[in-house]
Design a protein around this ligand. Structure first.
Ligand SMILES: Nc1ncnc2c1ncn2[C@@H]1O[C@H](COP(=O)(O)OP(=O)(O)O)[C@@H](O)[C@H]1O
Ligand SMILES: [Mg+2]
Length: 348
């Protein structure tokens, strides 16, 4: 079992601040995701938890023990690196056995565990193959088996799926999640991919510029983003700025949207594209504006329309299977409709 608490963590590389003011609580058995754009400090945090680097301040607690200064091999934490970092001159089974040898397990235990985790990741029969002769997906599995074999209290995964092609990535997502659930191992998963984060996580923390901006379940983060960064990073959204209405038309439009909403501190309005309905005639709903279709994108499952209303562009997404689905052409005059319930006011 493994409960991880990060308390006020800060880390600098010379003049570069990698992360600051990080306070997170990762429960035993959770699948917890660090989500954020490149450079926001995700790998740094994993390396701090694994013990490869030390924080400048703050503490890391594993199962109520302060491990901030403990050597990596004494932490019982397994890590899968972004580039897998397999030992290229070793076979598959030698790679998996490596951590067990470091742990000085008995020969019979090493053999038994290496075989067990080899088959758990679906590589039975490939033990004797040099890792240099494996596909990317197979190398990924070896890296995972190598980390799992030491039966760590916490598994750290640094963008483990980012080097795989789309279909394989999709399969590995489900497989990884299934393995994690089956083993019940506390897992910290790093990704910049919102779909991965939303589909796999029990909890996720959204990072930007070295800070954890918001923590919650996928539903909480998607439905109640705390600020405009989170709203834009998790899922698509229409973001209307309330304070940069230089253009008179924008102000009129935004004032009309704002009429009836009592909020003095809001800086942005966010409307998800699936909440916006496009119609030929003005619809009977809270907000309905005349506009012109500027762009249309057919994706098989959905159609996306971008409709210009004065200086604002509204994006709408509809499932193509919907029976009353209306698909105007580019250049057509239409109405943009949404209900007041679908407006989210964000303070920054
Ligand atoms: N070894 C290092 N030396 C100097 N700067 C680094 C080093 N590692 C990371 N950084 C910097 O720290 C910040 C966070 O990096 P990183 O944790 O790798 O982000 P992420 O994994 O989210 O892409 C970035 O600005 C990066 O350039
Ligand atoms: Mg990284």
């Amino acid at each position: 079992m493994g409960t991880v608490v990060l308390h006020n963590i800060e880390k600098w590389y010379g003049q570069t601040l990698a992360c600051t003011n990080i306070n997170l609580h990762i429960e035993d058995g959770q699948f917890f995701t660090f989500l954020g754009p490149s450079g926001c400090g995700k790998t740094t945090l994993l390396r701090l938890i694994a013990g490869f680097i030390r924080p400048d301040s703050g503490s890391i607690i594993l199962n109520d023990v302060n491990i901030t200064s403990l050597e990596p091999e004494k932490r019982n934490v397994g890590m899968v690196f972004q580039n897998y970092a397999l030992f290229p001159f070793m076979t598959v089974i030698e790679n998996i056995e490596y951590g067990l040898k470091v742990q000085k397990r008995s020969t019979s235990q090493i053999k038994e565990k290496a075989e067990r985790y080899l088959s758990m990741v679906g590589l039975e029969g490939l033990g004797g193959r040099p890792v240099s002769q494996l596909s990317g997906g197979e190398q990924q599995r070896v890296a995972l088996a190598r980390s799992l074999a030491i039966e760590p209290k916490v598994l750290l995964l640094d963008e483990p799926l980012s080097n795989l092609d789309a279909r394989l990535r999709d399969n590995m997502r489900s497989e990884l999640k299934r393995l994690q659930t089956q083993l019940g191992i506390t897992t910290i998963f790093v990704t910049h991919d919102q779909t991965e984060a939303l589909t796999m996580s029990d909890q996720l923390a959204v990072f930007n510029e070295g800070k954890s901006i918001q923590t919650g379940t996928p539903e909480e983060i998607y439905q109640k983003p705390k600020d405009s960064f989170v709203a834009q990073f998790i899922g698509e959204t229409n973001l209307l700025s309330l304070h940069s209405c230089d253009n008179e038309n924008d102000s009129l439009l935004i004032n009309s949207i704002l009429a009836g909403i009592h909020n003095d501190t809001g800086r942005f309005i966010s409307i998800r594209p699936q909440a916006i309905r496009i119609s030929a005639e003005s619809a009977d709903c809270d907000h309905s504006f005349a506009g012109v279709v500027e762009n249309k994108r057919y994706n098989g499952l959905t159609t996306e329309l971008s409709v210009r209303v004065d200086n604002l562009l509204f994006r709408s997404i509809r499932l193509n299977s919907e029976s009353e689905h209306y698909t105007p052409s580019v250049g057509q005059n239409v109405f943009v409709n949404f209900s007041a319930n679908d407006l989210h006011i964000l303070e920054r």
